[in-house]
Design a protein around this ligand. Structure first.
Ligand code: G6P
Ligand code: MG
Length: 214
């Protein structure tokens, strides 16, 4: 058994990946181009400004003014906040609460490792703000995934060495970050996309402790 589990937030605990997509799509449409659902895969786990760069590339738009870029990212975040402010605990993904409780009951520490600056807001919205031993969010790090910083910071705060931590991730960059942090990694989603993870699950429904045995 591992000693700690570190969960990505967006797309693992809650389905906010959809809201990120809708918010970026609104921005893209205003800029005069379309953002397809399949392009969303590229945005998962990537920091806000890095995601904006990807969006601008898709739309073939060149912007040199960093202030203007900040404004666009802020606008996207306003749209995103409109969606997440409506969230309730019903939006916690299936099986997640039960699985977290199982870990807690077996003295396995739990943490959030997300580059999102909206992490605290979302945890509060869905009633999970005091659930985790450690929360590492976008305010605590300077390098987005695939850099391992977010997970290494969580391991430090948890006081559990990387090789005894297991990361749960839905994004390719997140799996890369976990593996380069020297951690175990369970992918949540499509095994064809998350092929570098040690294991891949479709959802947390009916998952037992054997999932974190390596
Ligand atoms: C997560 C999401 C990304 C998002 C990033 C920054 O990693 O998967 O899609 O771009 O957080 O989120 P933020 O809420 O700070 O804009
Ligand atoms: Mg994610």
């Amino acid at each position: 058994l591992v000693k700690a589990c570190i969960f990505d937030l967006d797309g693992v605990i809650v389905n906010t990946a959809r809201y990120h997509y809708l918010a970026w799509k609104r921005l893209a449409n205003e800029l005069g181009f379309e953002l397809l659902e399949k392009d969303n895969e590229l945005l998962k786990g990537v920091g806000r400004m890095e995601a904006l760069e990807i969006i601008l590339k898709i739309g073939n738009i060149q912007i040199y003014d960093p202030k203007f870029k900040e404004q666009l990212a802020e606008k996207k975040n306003m749209y995103y906040l409109e969606y997440i402010n409506q969230m309730t605990k019903e939006e916690i993904l299936p099986g997640v609460l039960k699985f977290l409780q199982l870990l807690i009951d077996h003295n396995i520490k739990i943490a959030i490792g997300s580059v999102s600056k909206n992490t605290r807001t979302i945890l509060k919205k869905v009633g999970l703000e005091s659930y985790f031993d450690v929360v590492v969010d976008g305010y605590k790090i300077s390098k987005a995934k695939p850099d391992p910083e977010v997970f290494l910071k969580a391991s430090l705060e948890l006081n559990v060495p990387p090789n005894e931590c297991c990361v749960f991730e839905d994004a390719i960059v997140g799996v890369i970050a976990a593996k380069s942090a020297g951690m175990k990694c369970v992918g949540v989603g499509d095994p064809r996309i998350l092929k570098d993870a040690d294991k891949v699950i479709q959802s947390f429904e009916n998952q037992g402790l054997e999932l974190v045995m390596f």
